[in-house]
Write a protein that binds this ligand. Sequence first.
Ligand SMILES: *Cc1c(COP(=O)(O)O)cnc(C)c1O
Length: 383
Amino acid sequence: MKSTTADLMMATYKPRPVTFASGHGATLVDDAGKSYIDLVAGIAVASVGHSHPRVAAAIAEQAQRLIHASNLYGTTPQLELAQRLAQIAGRRLSFLANSGAEAIECALKLARRYHSGTRPNFVATVGGFHGRTFGALSATGQPSKQAPFEPLVPGFMHIEYDDPAALSEAVDETVAAVILEPIQGEGGVVVPSDGYLQAARHICDRKGALLILDEVQTGMGRTGTWLAAEHEGVEADIICLAKALGGGLPIGACLARPEVAAAFQPGDHATTFGGGPVQCAAALATIDVIEDEGLLERARVGGARIAQGLVDLGRGTVRGRGMLLAFDLGVPSAGALVSAALERGLLVNEVTPSAVRITPPLVITDDEIDTALVRLGEALDAI
Ligand SMILES: *Cc1c(COP(=O)(O)O)cnc(C)c1O
């Protein structure tokens, strides 16, 4: 008898009734041969498209050369990636991890270490999402995800997002760092007012706290610039990346200004697999593709086309930046829309009860966008 997901897997997800067998560009194909236009991209991961040939080739070549050596030694792809990341993020030292949550854990530990125990606290935001490990979960501002697992790590305070006055009041001499997303992703694609990140930067500077920007979802071109904070000209002390970084392979990066990074001593933090040669080779190929195929511009131009098309559907409001968008129906039928879209060969993701999130591969073509919008309109008609 064939085993099912329920027989074999912990029920931490409620998977949709589809099994994917292959993918290319913005298309996924299921095990029955049906094609789907993918506006999810594996949760903002497959920015260069599914199984991009250059990423696949880089993985295959690196796998034949060297798969793992550990961080007791350097490897060529790791050093090259750290160099590229320092070009993207400004002069920064890298800690390479395996996921977004691990990049966040590194950032939180580094911030406490930097202040040598004198500033134990963190300020984070209501609705923010930073991952599921205990430190990252403690920074997350979503009680439904936190409550079953208390007690969490002490020292985290949550204030309203997009409220500089609340931030200014919360940050005192006990605060090691403020941790924010430039746009709240999992919280529903919440774009703060212009000037909010700048205000956060000034508050941190004035109070001597570090600014950690969680660009795990917004980074690597998703919003039309390498980092979303570039839209406001803000430079964080610590930047976290993951999701799209490895073209689909698991890799996260915590990037810190050299003066901050200097707080870590050998033995303070570690990872067995983080920054492995294959993941780094995939990330290097992904960065090359983003540059060579002009995907930053594509995120802006294609994102604007999608946003306009959603507005033209006339049945919800649109928010977001570049290709990180939400379409909010104003009524709690996002789940029904996701199902109706799936039947019609379109993947979108329910980000709140009333909103679907739209984070396609940045390589999605205008034709695919237009077809996706037609299918979304039909799905809306059906619910
Ligand atoms: C997805 C996400 C994380 C967690 O990343 P994982 O790789 O799932 O651990 C952290 N922060 C933000 C903003 C995210 O979107």
